[in-house]
Ligand binder design. Structure first.
Ligand SMILES: Cc1cc2nc3c(=O)[nH]c(=O)nc-3n(C[C@H](O)[C@H](O)[C@H](O)COP(=O)(O)OP(=O)(O)OC[C@H]3O[C@@H](n4cnc5c(N)ncnc54)[C@H](O)[C@@H]3O)c2cc1C
Length: 636
């Protein structure tokens, strides 16, 4: 059942060969097809603009008031590409290899190789759009280093790379809106996927301003709805980031792949209060120049300036001399936790380590550091009231990104014909751990360079029986949405939806976070179950369904998180190995690194929904490595 449709032939020729073999839609026929794109972040914005540019008619939906406010705008550090401008030994093969290794050998070779190939086209495309990437004095685009790589291949626009790339995609999108080939539907939340004769043929959305439930039919549906890291409640994601769209699709038959692969980012501003609702990322780019350390002596609570050099432990540089502070995120996060667990954590809560720029400022001067990271330093100072030019930053890992998502084949189509999934919403090319600056690369590769080819191959062969929103499947989906809304509004309990979400976040962080064990996972399942039952009896969702009601909006998302969290735990329990971001304490090397079990777990775990009171069914897509050798990851 799980055919990834990976083309045959040598790795480097698969994509070209596939593009040639894909059937084409005649240009004059393209305008007869309607495509729904849900999401306007880098994946959705680039897909909607490119599909419309090709001639398709596109309906584009998002939660925010403007496509420009999608969560992608928050991306700070940069985007990878194998241009080798630095002449430091980079190549498509090296980017491919670093990404496969970074993901702990749990991604598909063919997808990752294609990603590395098109990375260079992305940079050219964005430069042509006018994206203001940083430049060297001579005019060439500048690069910096990111974790898990020993070359500098990250293109950036100060600490605002996501915003600048999104403005580029938005410009292209607006051109198509003006041309009448894209219709924008902002302030809509997708509630249901509509499947007719086994094909995805539309969606049902709630208009978040008027409360109206709307139906939209199409020939294909492309979900680009981002990641679900907010299942942990506290995360670096935008408040509106959610699992709902892909979880609704899962309940309609789309398989959910590797839900337990979540990324905890090592450099975030530590939690500082019970009522905090958001965590702030300090970009990984800071590890280019910042040095991570803790006091050598447990419990040493002297201010950092009073701890002499000889009493500091630069533990990443000590343990991983080759990569030092630029080890991948999973490794850096686990090490920070280990230091804090040994009572070497710093700051008020002792759940923090230092990220120190003193040496870099001494070496390069404050001006140079300010030029590279000025806005990040300013953001840090605004939040913590401490000046990072004078005292080291304090950082701690936080939930940040998800490698899991809906299962897709090489064409980015789910197992449901006509349902495509792009960007962070799919189970992606990152395996069990994503390297920094690779999410923007993947989202834009999917939207600008993959879907424009692969969707045509599907459309020419699909069953095009005319479908309108009068079809009973739309009526049924609308009825279900209305019932669920009514149910949420009539619980009339005593506990706020945010309170439930916060408790769920605690459970997930404690038992399914940076490290996991079987006992904790079993406990988490019970706790989630009980919390979900309480939610449907005691949640307080005030207001009505007929107007702007953010409590109602949030309650639907939290209800989905409460169901999805259990799937995450089930997947984590099932995977009896450690790999990348999934660290089961029972499977570690003597040096406390993740120990994979390639014999039994070298597969993608894709889960099929079987009913609310039934266990989901596991399908396995074996991962075949023909071009790289599976080794124990080492960054020493
Ligand atoms: C603080 C931060 C910094 C980062 N920095 C980097 C970086 O430097 N480099 C890098 O490579 N990656 C970075 N990342 C990761 C990267 O930003 C994201 O993975 C990427 O932007 C996701 O893009 P996307 O298009 O898949 O989804 P998003 O940008 O999240 O867009 C999702 C879209 O879907 C819409 N949507 C969601 N649900 C629904 C629904 N139910 N109905 C209707 N619409 C819906 C939203 O409105 C939005 O338009 C960072 C992430 C964070 C949190």
């Amino acid at each position: 059942m799980l055919d990834a449709k990976i083309p045959s032939g040598p790795l480097s020729e698969k994509w070209d060969k596939h593009r040639f073999e894909l059937k084409l839609v005649n240009p004059a026929n393209k305008r007869k097809y309607t495509i729904i794109v849900v999401g306007t972040g880098l994946a959705g914005g680039s897909a909607a603009a490119s599909l419309a540019e090709l001639g398709y008619y596109v309906k584009n939906f998002c939660i925010q008031d403007s496509p420009r406010r999608a969560h992608s705008i928050a991306a700070q550090g940069g985007i990878n590409a194998a241009k080798n401008y630095q002449n430091d030994g980079d190549s498509i093969w090296r980017l491919f290899y670093d990404t496969i290794k970074g993901g702990d050998f749990r991604a598909r070779e063919a997808n990752v190789y294609r990603l590395a190939q098109v990375s260079n086209h992305i940079i050219d495309h964005c430069v042509a759009q006018g994206v203001p990437f940083a430049r060297e004095y001579g005019g060439l685009l500048a690069n910096r280093s990111f974790g898990g790589a020993q070359v500098s291949r990250t293109f950036y626009a100060r600490g605002q790379t996501g915003q600048q790339l999104l403005l580029g995609a938005y410009g292209s999108l607006m051109r198509q809106v003006a041309a009448g080939r894209v219709t924008m539907f902002p302030r809509r939340q997708m509630q249901e996927l509509v499947v007719i004769n086994g094909q995805a043929r539309g969606i049902v959305v709630r208009n978040l301003i008027t409360g109206e439930i709307e139906s939209h039919a199409a020939d294909a549906v492309v979900l680009c709805t981002g990641g679900y890291a907010n299942v942990f409640y506290l995360s670096t994601n935008a408040m509106a980031s959610n699992v709902s769209a892909i979880f609704r699709a899962y309940k309609k038959g789309a398989f959910f792949a590797n839900p337990c692969y979540t990324q905890i980012h090592p450099t975030c501003i530590p939690v500082h209060g019970t009522y905090q609702s958001k965590l702030t990322l300090m970009s990984e780019s800071l590890r280019n120049d910042g040095r991570v350390w803790v006091p050598k002596t447990p419990g040493d609570n002297r201010p950092p300036s009073q701890i002499p050099e000889s009493e500091r432990d630069y533990y990443l540089e000590r343990k991983y001399p080759s990569f030092g502070n630029l080890v991948p995120r999973d490794v850096a996060s686990r090490n920070a936790k280990a230091q804090c667990d040994m009572a070497k954590g710093v700051g008020e809560t002792s759940f923090a380590v230092y990220l120190d720029f003193a040496d870099a400022i001494k070496r390069d001067g404050k001006d140079v550091i300010e030029q590279k990271y000025g806005n990040l330093f300013q953001m840090y100072e605004k939040i913590t009231a401490e000046n990072p030019y004078e005292a080291p930053m304090m950082i701690y890992p936080a939930s940040h990104y998800v490698m899991g998502g809906l299962w897709v084949d090489y064409n980015l189509m789910s197992n449901l014909p006509g349902l495509f999934v792009l960007g962070e919403a799919n189970f992606s090319d990152h395996g069990a751990n994503r390297l920094g600056a690779s999410a923007l690369m993947q989202g834009l590769a999917d939207g600008y360079f993959v879907i424009p080819y692969t969707i045509g191959g599907y459309l020419v062969g699909m069953d095009r029986t005319k479908v309108t929103t009068d079809h009973p499947a739309f009526k049924e989906a609308t009825h279900y949405v209305n019932e669920r809304t009514h149910k949420l509004l009539s619980i009339n309990g005593k506990r706020t939806v945010d309170d439930f979400h916060r408790e769920l976040g605690h459970i997930m962080w404690e038992y399914c976070g940076m490290s996991r064990n079987d006992e904790g996972l079993l406990k988490a399942r019970k706790l989630i179950h009980a919390l979900r039952e309480e939610f449907w009896e005691n949640a307080l969702v005030p207001g009505s369904s007929e107007d702007f009601n953010q409590s109602l909006e949030r309650s639907g998302r939290v209800a989905d998180f409460l169901e999805f969290a259990e799937l995450m735990v089930i997947d984590a329990f099932e995977r009896k190995e450690s790999c990348g971001g999934h660290f089961n304490e029972a499977y570690q090397t003597e040096e406390h690194e993740a120990r994979r079990d390639d014999e039994n777990f070298c597969h993608v775990a894709a889960w099929e929904y079987k009913g609310d009171d039934k266990e989901p069914e596991l399908h396995k897509e074996p991962l075949v490595f023909e071009n790289v050798e599976l080794t124990q990851r080492s960054y020493k």
